[in-house]
Design a protein around this ligand. Structure first.
Ligand code: NOJ
Ligand code: CA
Length: 571
């Protein structure tokens, strides 16, 4: 999973620097998204992933909460966010910070109450910000009532809600290892059998081969849809099923961060049965409610593998996230182009969905080696220019719009994420990408005014924060706002996409066309400057420039310094 603009004529005379990054003025108020009420709203949306623990702490206990989110809906609307995907806020022992759910239809007291969730959904509706929840389908917490029943005896009616097997040769039933370290099997003393867990031992896998479990899970999903949520991001989809005969996994080269030999997880991930199950979830639950969607945490290596998640008849997930761009290191135009095109042209006509950041991955501003003379802000801008102009739905991660950096723990004693404690120093865990949202220059960056935040505030918060960046026309935040406003108003960004200058190994360029308009995006991921002619970029003349960074419009075309980016109309 882990580690795994100014008019062209005037512009010719200008020398651009990082300080003069944004060109079309950022909008003072975000234009409305005219498609918000359509059933296919999600095709025209900007979705924003938000980690409730880290977004805003309304009661000053150091942990973000639902009221904190509700208090900041105005900010999200002003940014042009159409929907938030909120990572789990259900009751949980928090071993995996909410991804160990103890009760699917409730709210953890540290995040608030059902009434707080209802208020968030209702106020979101008023501000045109839809709420999407995280549905952890692969496993529950070991403290879930189902598991407590299940482990109590071999004959308990909940026994088969989970995956129990006898050991073999004095050890676990097979060689499968947990992604989070050690064997994927835990022996339970009550019955002497082992239960299976792909993640932590406190996250026993649910048995989707059991119709009673399937019904119970579908009921949970419907419970929140009835309360007004717009759908789910499905956690760890590829781990939903495993081979029933428990065939051992073949070895793979190397050792994992926790000291065990790597293995190729062909027998406990990506099993074909999951597609039938996802179709059922879509038809029997989601499609009963208009405009509701399923997003997938679909880590796959190739576009054909991703296509499977749309379903053969485009009847599974509307938005399987394409996450493979995250893993490119270094990130090059030559690698990006075929990957994006393959997702774009999937044979079932599925709608593309891209994410460049999330709560499990180093932030893109800190992920790559930066070319000499560039900063994380330049990386933030080139990434924004890409994800907000590709054809498809972008999923942003809180703080991405500020250019927030990873704030990694320096000492193992400070680590909160258990995989970081277990895997230090090879695996430092995911704390660095989860530090509190930076709202203003006050103590604790406006996250709260009370107890020490659960993770340290980034050291740059006095200048990198919402208040400062909203007021600065050249900030990363206003770069995002300018591009999002363009998405909402320029039909080219709802239209077709064609790659141009296709053999260029360093510069990724494409043209969006729709409603009689043409928009050109040019992104220099190379380590050296590039000069490109307009003929090379598909012809025409540079018109209104939407955003531009480290780029000069020249007499014949464009000059892009490393990490240079431009989005401009073509006349
Ligand atoms: C994927 C989630 O994004 C991650 O944070 C979590 O640890 C695992 N699934 C297990 O639920
Ligand atoms: Ca709180």
């Amino acid at each position: 999973m882990r580690r795994a603009f100014v008019h062209g004529l005037m512009a010719t005379a200008m020398v651009f620097s990082a300080a003069s990054a944004a060109f079309a003025a950022a909008p003072s108020t975000m234009p409305a998204n005219k498609t918000a009420a359509q059933d296919d709203w999600w095709k025209h949306a900007v979705i924003y992933e938000l980690y409730p623990r880290s977004f805003a702490d309304s009661n000053n206990d150091g942990i973000g909460d639902l009221k904190g989110i509700t208090n900041h809906l105005g900010y999200l609307a002003d940014l042009g966010v159409d929907a938030i995907w909120m990572t789990p806020m259900f009751p949980s022992p928090q071993v995996d910070f909410g991804y160990d759910v103890a009760d699917y239809d409730n709210v953890d007291p540290q995040f608030g109450t059902i009434a707080d969730a209802d208020a968030l959904i209702a106020k979101g509706k008023g501000q045109n910000v839809k709420i999407i929840l995280d549905f952890v389908i692969n496993h529950s917490s070991d403290k879930h009532a189902w598991f407590q029943q299940s482990k109590s005896s071999k004959t308990n009616p909940y026994r088969d809600f989970y995956i129990w097997r006898d050991g073999k040769n004095g050890g676990p039933p097979n060689n499968w290892t947990s992604l989070f370290g050690g064997s994927a099997w835990e022996k339970d003393p009550t019955t002497g059998q082992y239960y299976y867990h792909f993640f932590y031992a406190q996250q026993p896998d649910l048995n989707w081969r059991n119709p009673a479990l399937e019904k119970a899970m579908f009921d949970q999903a419907e419970w929140w849809l009835k309360r007004g949520v717009y759908g789910y991001r499905l956690d760890a989809v590829g781990t939903m099923f495993e081979r029933e005969d428990l065939k051992d996994n073949p070895p793979a080269p190397g050792t994992d961060a926790f000291g065990l030999p790597e293995q190729n997880r062909i027998n406990n991930t990506e099993q074909p049965e999951m597609h039938t199950e996802l179709q059922k979830l879509r038809q029997n639950v989601i499609d009963k409610y208009p405009g509701r969607i399923l997003i997938g945490e679909t880590y796959v290596s190739t576009a054909p593998e991703l296509t499977k998640f749309y379903g053969a008849k485009n009847d599974e997930l509307q938005l399987p996230m394409y996450l493979s761009l995250i893993g490119l290191k270094p990130i090059t135009a030559a690698d990006l182009r075929p990957r994006i095109e393959a997702v774009e042209s999937n044979p079932v006509g599925g709608w593309p969905c891209f994410a460049l950041n999330n709560h499990d991955q180093r932030r893109s501003t800190s992920r790559y080696d930066l070319p000499a003379g560039t900063t994380g802000d330049d990386m933030a801008r080139i990434m924004a220019a890409m994800i907000l102009t590709l054809r498809g739905t972008p999923i942003l991660y809180y703080g991405e719009e500020l250019g927030m950096l990873n704030n990694d723990p320096k000492r193992v004693e400070d680590v909160q994420d258990i995989i970081g404690k277990k895997g230090w120093p090879k695996e430092k865990g995911r704390d660095g990408e989860r530090t509190p949202m930076q709202w203003d220059a006050s103590v604790n960056a406006g996250f709260n005014t009370g107890a020490k935040p659960w993770l340290p505030i980034g050291p740059d918060y006095q200048t990198r924060n919402v208040a400062a960046e909203r007021a600065d026309p050249n900030s990363v935040l206003n770069y995002y706002r300018t591009l999002i406003a363009e998405r909402r108003t320029n039909p080219a960004l709802a239209g077709d996409m064609t790659m141009v200058d296709r053999s260029n190994p360093n510069v990724l360029s494409y043209v969006r066309t729709g409603g009689g308009k043409k928009l050109l995006t040019v992104l220099n991921f190379g380590g050296t400057a590039s000069d490109l002619t307009l003929a090379q970029l598909g012809g025409g003349k540079i018109g209104r420039v939407i955003v531009q960074n480290r780029t000069t419009v020249t007499a014949n075309g464009l000059h892009l310094a490393p990490l240079g980016a431009i989005v401009a109309e073509i006349n």
